[in-house]
Design a binder for this molecule. Structure first.
Ligand SMILES: C[S@@+](CC[C@H](N)C(=O)[O-])C[C@H]1O[C@@H](n2cnc3c(N)ncnc32)[C@H](O)[C@@H]1O
Length: 233
């Protein structure tokens, strides 16, 4: 496996069973839906993954753009949401071509760790340019420096306990430990950030940023940030 993008395009074992997958995406979608500023909002979920519950977000906004680099994922999204006129599935190159100042809310959740720091900074700058004045960028699931795989594993077990899939979560962790994920995690690494570093990266893109109290999703050992684009004076 040469890259994380290739990994996410493959049939990977990250979600331990259907219940995990369903609860994961329902939680993320509810979190994003709560952030939608109004029913006319144009919202973009960058690196959306399978986004199984994207309809929960689409119900609360005018237009929902789902962007992912994995063609296999985009095909699934198109099949699932083809009938939903509010939802549009885009490749990252298509998102690049969106008009400047056209979006009210952009969410980038659980993506930064798979990109090198300069690439993520470039992505944030690009997405900041798409925000309307007053629009927000939410960056979530940021791995703090020093976060261990063990902390992530415990968070998954707690999620499994609460969600009624504890045993599959445990089995899934063992499988993941024996799978490609562990090998490419060691080879390609995951990108971690200090809180101040992420704040500075967001501010450099012309946004006013703060750390949010809660991460989207189940893993509260990871960080989330909210960044607003204020109108130029
Ligand atoms: C861990 S999943 C996160 C999915 C979803 N946002 C969530 O929180 O569950 C990472 C997703 O980001 C996508 N991705 C990774 N790098 C990307 C890039 N450079 N451009 C667009 N999508 C990317 C992958 O294909 C994958 O679907």
């Amino acid at each position: 496996m040469k890259s994380w993008i290739e990994y996410w395009n493959s049939d990977h074992p990250i979600y331990v069973n259907d219940r995990h997958l369903t609860l994961h995406y329902r939680g993320i979608a509810q979190g994003i839906a709560d952030l939608v500023p109004g029913e006319d909002a144009h919202v973009l979920d960058f690196g959306c993954g399978e986004a199984l519950s994207a309809d929960l977000i689409a119900r609360k906004c005018r237009r929902l753009l789902l962007v992912d680099s994995a063609p296999t994922i985009r095909e699934k999204l198109k099949a699932r949401f083809g009938d939903n006129r509010a939802i549009h599935v885009l490749a990252p190159e298509e998102a690049k071509a969106l008009a400047a100042g056209s979006l009210d809310l952009v969410v980038v959740h659980s993506v930064a760790q798979y990109l090198k720091k300069p690439d993520f900074a470039a992505l944030v700058a690009e997405l900041a340019g798409k925000l309307k004045p007053g629009g927000s960028l939410i960056v979530g699931d940021i791995l703090p420096e020093g976060l261990s795989a063990m902390t992530d594993a415990l968070a998954l077990l707690r999620f499994g306990f609460d969600g009624g899939f504890l045993v599959p979560a445990f089995v899934g962790l063992v499988k993941t430990a024996l799978s490609d994920y562990r090998k490419i995690r060691a080879e390609l690494g995951l990108t971690h950030y200090e809180e101040t570093e992420m704040l500075a990266l967001l501010e450099k893109a012309g946004l006013t940023a703060r750390r949010l109290e809660k991460n989207l999703g189940h893993n509260q050992a990871r960080m989330a940030f909210g960044a607003v684009k204020f109108a130029a004076e």
